[in-house]
Design a protein. Sequence first.
Length: 106
Amino acid sequence: MVGGWSVILDRAHDELLTTCNCNDQIVVYDRMAAGDAAPKRIIQVAGLSRINAMLLDAASDTVWIQGLSGLTTFQLLELPRGASGATAPLHPPVLLGAAGRLARCN
């Protein structure tokens, strides 16, 4: 996981979800994976150049991500947690003015 930006432990499904701020992928591993284990699946989010942050919504079985589209457009997207391959968001993205601008204190 060199260059990992976000990591989520999904206890209900015994998985680790990881991102690198260098691409548009969420790589999912078995929680007990060791060594050079292959991922269980890779979720690819078309239209993003990088994923900066993730949040697991266990009640909805979704993953929220904040990522960069283009050079200056930050988006907040909701994806199905169990997705694999090219994955479209569940609804239109929330456009953010800048990275991390989700609360007034930022």
